[in-house]
Design a protein around this ligand. Sequence first.
Ligand code: IVH
Length: 671
Amino acid sequence: MDARSDDRHEIDALRREIARHDVRYYVLNRPTVSDGEYDALFTRLLELERLHPEWVTADSPTQRVGTSPAKEFAPVRHRHPMLSLANAYSEDELRDFDRRMRDLLDQDPIVYVAEPKLDGLSVELVYERGALARASTRGDGATGEDVTANLRTLRTVPLRLDPAGGTPPLLEVRGEVFIETAAFLAVNERRADDGLPPFANPRNLAAGSLRQLDPRVTAERPLRLACYDVGATDGILFESQQELLTTLPRFGLPVNPLYAVCSGAEDAVHFYRRMQSERSSLPYETDGVVVKIDRFELRRSAGTVSRSPRWAIAAKFPAERAVARLLDIRVSVGRTGVLTPVATLEPVRVRGVEISSATLHNEDEIVSKDLRIGDCVIVQRAGDVIPQITAPLPEMRDGTERSFSMPRECPACGSPVVRLEGEAATRCLNTTCPARIKQSLLHFASKGALDIEGIGGKLVDQLVDRRLVVRLGDVFRLDVDTVAQLDRMGPKSAASLVRAIDGARSIPLARFLYALGIPEVGASTALLLAQHAGTLERLVDVGRQELETIPTIGPRTAEAVTDYFANEENRKTLADLRAAGLRIVAEGVPTATGPLAGKRFVFTGTLLGMTRDDATRRATSLGASVSASVSRKTDYVVAGADPGSKVDHARQLGVPVLSEAEFVDLVERGS
Ligand code: IVH
C-alpha cells in the first residue's frame, strides 16, 4: 500500500474511533479515554486532513462547530500546569477513591472539601501586586489562550484585589467561568428572536462568550466566576482548601459558598446525594461534585498521575442524555409568522422526564447538525427543562433516513413563505393566517395580557376555523348564542365566557401593549412604554430615537415598536379593537414614585403567601422590575423558604435580603 492509501485508512479509522468516543462521552456519560488521549486522536486527524483537504467531509468530527483551535488568542504558558480530574461514576467509586487515599497516606479519616462541579470553562487569573495582569483559559493544561480583555468585562472579576486581603506580589487563582441557567435561557430566547441558532448548553455559551474576539460581545453575556484553586503564589501561602475558600473572598475574589467539609467517605457521599437531589433547584448547571483533600500538605504527599491529581476526584451524576429515534419533523407557525420545525421523538426518559418532542428552531440548525428523519439522535435537557437534540449518531444510519426541507408554503394557510436574506427564520407573511391568529389570540387572552378566563387552545381552534374571529377585535363581538353552539360549550359556559370577555373591555395601557404581542415587547418593556408615552395615540407617534432614550430600551426594541405601529395591518387591528368596544384606561399604570419605583428585585425560594407570579406582578405594578439573577445592580433579593445560593450571592455583593414579610410590608407602604 502506498502512503496515500495508508493515510486514507488512518483517517477512516480515526473518524470511527472518535465517533465511538463521542457516544461514550456524550451519550453514556462514561468515557473510556482521558481528555488527553481523545485530544491526541483529534489532533492526528486534523493533521491528516490538513495534508489531504480533498478528503475532508462534512461528517468528519473535525467539522463540528466550535472545535477549531483559536489561533487568534495569544498563547499563555501556565506557571503550574492546570490539571484535569479523574472521574467516579457511582457512590462506590467515590468510596474506592477514599480507600485509595487512606491507604496511600496512612490516615483515617481523611478530611475532604466537596464542591459542586460547575459546568463552565476553567480559567487562570494572575494578579501581580494586586492588579489583574493576565487571564487565560486552561487550554491543554500547559498552555492556554490569553483572554484578559474578555475576562476584564466580567463584573465578578476584580481588576484590583481588595487590599483588605493584603497585597501579595503574586497570586494566581483558578476558577470556573459559568453562566446561570436563567441567563442561559434568556440569551437563547433572544437568539431565537433574532433567528440565530441557540447554544446547546450553558458551558458552550460560557466558552463561546469568553473566546470571543470582540470583548464587547463577552460584556453583554452575564458570565460569572467562582474560584476554587490557586496556582503560583508569592507572599501568601494557603494550607488548606477551607482556608482558600474563606480567604479569597477577602480579596474580592468570588467563590461558590456552597461546599461541605467532609470527614471521610460517607460525608462526601452524603454531599454527593444532596447535590444530586438539589441539582435542579440550583441556579447553575452542575454535572457532579468535586471531592478534594482539604490539607495541601497531604495533597503534596498524594501527588499527581499523568494529568490528574491523585488527591481529588469528580463524582459525576447519572446521565442527562439519552438516545431516541427522530420519527418526524413537523412545522408549527407562531404568532409572528415564524415557522418552527419541531422534532417528534420516540419517547425517552431523560432525568426522570419523558420527552417526545423538541424544537429544532430553524432550518439552519437542522442542516448544520445534519439531522435526518429516522436518525438516532442524542437528546438532552438543556437548562434543566427544555429538551434538545444535540447531534445525530451517523454511525447508526442504515440508509433509510430522509433529509428534511422547509416547506415552501405555510402549513396552516398555504401562502408562500419567505426567508429574508441574513435571517435564519422562515416566515409566513399572511397576517390573516389562521395559525398566526390562533397564537395571537391565545396570547391576547393570556394571564399577563387581557386575562380572559376560558379562552384555551381548543376554543381558539374553533373560533378561528369557523371564522368567528378573523381579527383580535372580533373576540368582543362574540355573543352567547354563537358561543353556545361551539363544541364542548353549553349555554352556561358560553354565558360565563362572554361575561369574562366583557370584563376585559377596559384595560390599562401596559397590559394592552403586552397583549398585542409586539415582537421584543414583554411585560416589563410594555410597562416602560406605557409609562413613557402615557397614551396609545402618543406611543404610535413616538419615533425610534425618542424610544431609545427610555432606560433599558435598546435600538432593536425601539425598531420593533415603531415597525409595529407603522404597519398598515396592525393599525387596522388597533382601529378594529376600538370599534369593537375596547377601551384603554389610565388606571393601573404605576406611578414612577414610591419606594419600589425603579428598584430591581430578585425572588428566590418558595413564597408562602403568594406565588412568584403574584409577587412579580405586585412589584412591577409599583414600578419595580424583576430579574432572574442577582447582580450588583440588584436592589433587593426576596428570600422565601429554602432559598438557593442567590441569597449567598446577594450577601457577597452586599445586596439587602428581605423576608417575605418585609417584602409585603414594602409593597404595602408603596401602594
Ligand atoms: S478543582 C486539579 N473544583 O472540572 C483540580 N474543578 O475535570 C483543579 N471544575 O478543569 C480543579 N468545578 O474546569 C475543581 N469546584 C471545582 C470545579 C472544577 C468545575 C472543572 C474545572 C476542571 C475540570 C476538571
